[in-house]
Design a protein around this ligand. Structure first.
Ligand SMILES: C[S@@+](CC[C@H](N)C(=O)[O-])C[C@H]1O[C@@H](n2cnc3c(N)ncnc32)[C@H](O)[C@@H]1O
Length: 415
């Protein structure tokens, strides 16, 4: 059954999921979510797959622990109409809000990490390729030096270009002269700083969302017997621009622009978002920071340096709960805030991963948190995808089980 038609089944979100048949014709498995609450149901199926419909190329920005665009699309298509407001309190690279924008919904995003806004905002206003090409011609390829040694990542020529671009962007920003073209360039460059192919500025290193320390990079270089080669940073920015824009249709561009003009993109703690009016959000689709498996600060130090941000300060603001009790305390406060901003009749889809070798099922801890805040728990949805190659989601290797799962707890606010 197509996602768009499930909604017309009417009776409750759980019944809707129970009537779903997967892409491969498999019906939904319905079970009680024991032992937390036997009356509460767990629905397992392959509700979305990457094969089903290609996600827009505009999403192709790497960020640690991001989810696939198909996940928010599933909930947005079902639970929010055009013009409704969709929110993500832990927005990351902005997957939920960019997808919501593409689909003609209004958006609000929040993240404690300022990099989130830097990565998200420009994609609501993609500039013309030619404008970016023209602008890059005016950016010097050489000027000044920097106080940190980046020679283990970059060829001296590449390093000069990165430093010159950073200085150009900072000067434009300081003079409040940075425009959409500059911000697009900053976003793309931030994403090209390090990676594991010649499409990045650096010599071979970990994937782009996990910058290693200079010392670890020296070790990688020794082990691989590699020396950074020159990379033309302007050419790489233009190539990535082309790639990001390759599937965006004129209608999607219009939708993105419209959503971007009305968007609120906040940088703060999702426990307190006074900028968001009470009862204004129809649907929240989010995935919180998990237990201590993902080190956002360590992964982001180079991206922070490039954007003139203090990674230590950001690290202190990001939730790093090491126990379920500490995690639940933070998330309880988040749910109280979500209840305030959710419109009566609205929904929250709260995605949690499998952590610590599946010994902790966070979804079972999430259910009482949402209920305490005032929500009704509709169900737990498990999207189960069989995979054929090594997959690494949320920094956890799931190869042993042969499946990827997304576990999402769905809440509603009484209308
Ligand atoms: C699992 S990631 C979300 C990824 C996102 N779904 C995406 O597709 O990119 C969790 C995010 O929560 C942010 N975060 C951590 N603690 C926070 C807090 N207390 N308030 C707001 N954001 C926080 C992190 O910076 C990170 O971007």
């Amino acid at each position: 059954m197509a996602v768009e038609t499930i909604r017309s089944l009417g009776a409750g979100f759980g019944n809707t999921l129970a009537g779903f048949t997967s892409h491969d014709g498999i019906p939904t498995l319905v079970e009680p979510l024991d032992p937390v609450e036997p009356a509460l149901r767990k629905y397992t199926n392959e509700f979305w797959t990457s094969r089903q419909r290609q996600a827009s190329s505009i999403h192709e920005i790497s960020y640690r622990a991001c989810f696939k665009p198909q996940l928010p699309r599933f909930f947005i298509s079902l639970l929010a109409k055009k013009g409704d407001t969709v929110y993500d309190p832990f927005s990351g690279r902005g997957t939920t809000v960019i997808e919501a924008g593409l689909l003609g919904r209004n958006v609000i995003a929040n993240d404690a990490n300022p990099l989130s806004r830097i990565m998200t905002e420009p994609r609501f206003f993609p500039p013309d390729y030619n404008a970016i090409e023209k602008r890059l011609v005016t950016v010097p390829r050489e000027c000044g030096t920097t106080d940190i040694d980046l020679s283990m990542f970059y060829h001296p020529g590449t390093e000069k270009e990165i430093i010159a671009l950073r200085q150009y962007l900072m000067e434009r920003h300081a003079a409040s002269r940075d425009d959409l073209v500059d911000r697009w360039i900053a976003m793309v460059a931030t994403n090209r700083l390090t990676g594991h192919s010649p499409g990045f500025f650096s010599v071979y290193t970990l994937p782009p969302n996990q910058a290693v320390s200079p010392l670890s990079q020296q070790r990688i270089n020794l082990k691989r017997n590699q020396v950074p080669e020159y990379r033309d940073t302007h050419r790489i920015i233009l190539n990535k621009t082309k790639s990001l824009l390759r599937s965006v249709t004129p209608d999607e561009l219009k939708n993105l622009n419209h959503a971007g003009k009305n968007a609120r993109l906040l940088t703060g703690d999702s426990r307190a978002t006074p900028e968001i009016p009470a009862g204004s959000v129809q649907l929240t689709v989010t995935s919180p920071p998990f237990l201590d498996i993902v080190q956002y600060k360590d992964d982001n130090w180079l991206r922070c340096w490039f954007n003139g941000l203090d990674d230590k300060d950001i690290g202190n603001r990001i939730t790093m709960a090491r126990t379920v009790v500490a995690w639940s305390e933070v998330m309880g406060a988040v749910f109280a805030e979500l209840y305030r901003i959710t419109r009566p009749g609205g929904y929250v889809a709260f995605e949690v991963g499998e952590v610590r070798k599946k010994s902790i099922r966070l979804e079972e801890h999430v259910v009482p948190l949402g209920i305490s805040a005032g929500f009704t728990c509709e169900c737990v949805l498990i999207n189960q995808q069989t995979f054929t190659k090594t997959s690494n989601i949320w920094g956890v290797d799931n190869m042993a089980s042969g499946t990827n799962t997304n576990r999402i707890v769905i809440f509603s606010k009484d209308g």
